[in-house]
Design a protein around this ligand. Structure first.
Ligand SMILES: Nc1nc2c(ncn2[C@@H]2O[C@H](COP(=O)(O)OP(=O)(O)OP(=O)(O)O)[C@@H](O)[C@H]2O)c(=O)[nH]1
Ligand SMILES: [Mg+2]
Length: 205
């Protein structure tokens, strides 16, 4: 089913990203900021995954971006059939970007391919610098690592260089962005990368 999703995305030139992180790292905040910063440049569609509530979908809908909330109930991750169903309902336009926010959980989502082109792991500075080696699968299976909440670094013991070193230990290919989703710091580089990658579908991914 993941392969079918991927084929559908490729055929339509839709760049699909799977955003994974522990609860509260800032996935929805990053989405909100990205959608605002790239408004008018890229058509976005969003799928939100949470065990319960419409909270995150409501935050995205407030920005006039098409969104579908999936509630997994007891489930701890999204699966490819859920994405298949949600995509049908979203009626995605060609040459757009699909952001899938997975359930906040640093373990299970790493094991489920949704058909995405790129997996983006978000880790916030408040989580400490050892998470990549304690939860290696998530960092090993991701292409991009966004270090969020850099505005809080002055108040924390977290060492960003140590965090990156640990992440590279489990995945030497990881590409990093350092941002503050709420303050907007570092968003330019992330948005530039997103725009450049969206143009590459389907040939290069
Ligand atoms: N200081 C600071 N706070 C942030 C930043 N990004 C997010 N937050 C705060 O962190 C909290 C959680 O942010 P969310 O965006 O809801 O996190 P999430 O990963 O979507 O959470 P779940 O969907 O529940 O897993 C909120 O109170 C945000 O305002 C940041 O860059 N700096
Ligand atoms: Mg969220």
């Amino acid at each position: 089913m993941a392969a079918r999703n991927r084929g559908y995305f490729d055929a339509k030139g839709v760049f699909a990203l799977n955003l994974v992180s522990s609860p509260g790292s800032g996935k929805t905040s990053l989405l909100e900021r990205t959608l605002k910063d790239l408004k008018g440049k890229i058509p976005f569609y969003v799928i939100e995954g949470d065990q319960q509530t419409l909270n995150d979908a409501n935050r995205i809908a407030a920005l006039d971006v098409p969104v579908i909330q999936i509630n997994t109930g007891k489930g701890c991750h999204l699966e490819s059939d859920m994405i298949h169903d949600a995509v049908k309902k979203l009626n995605i336009a060609n040459d757009s970007v699909l952001m899938i926010e997975n359930v906040g959980n640093l373990v299970c989502p790493s094991m489920f391919n949704l058909g995405e082109h790129k997996r983006v792991v978000i880790v916030s500075t408040t989580e400490g610098d050892d998470k990549p080696i304690k939860y290696p699968d998530m960092f090993h299976t991701s292409d991009i690592c966004i270090i969020n909440k850099i505005d809080l670094v002055p108040y924390l013991d977290t060492n960003i260089e140590e965090l990156k070193k640990n992440a590279l230990q489990v995945n030497p290919e990881l590409v990093f962005f350092e941002v503050s989703a709420t303050k907007g710091t570092g968003m330019e580089q992330w948005c530039e990368w997103l725009e450049s990658q969206a143009k590459l579908v389907p040939e290069e991914h």
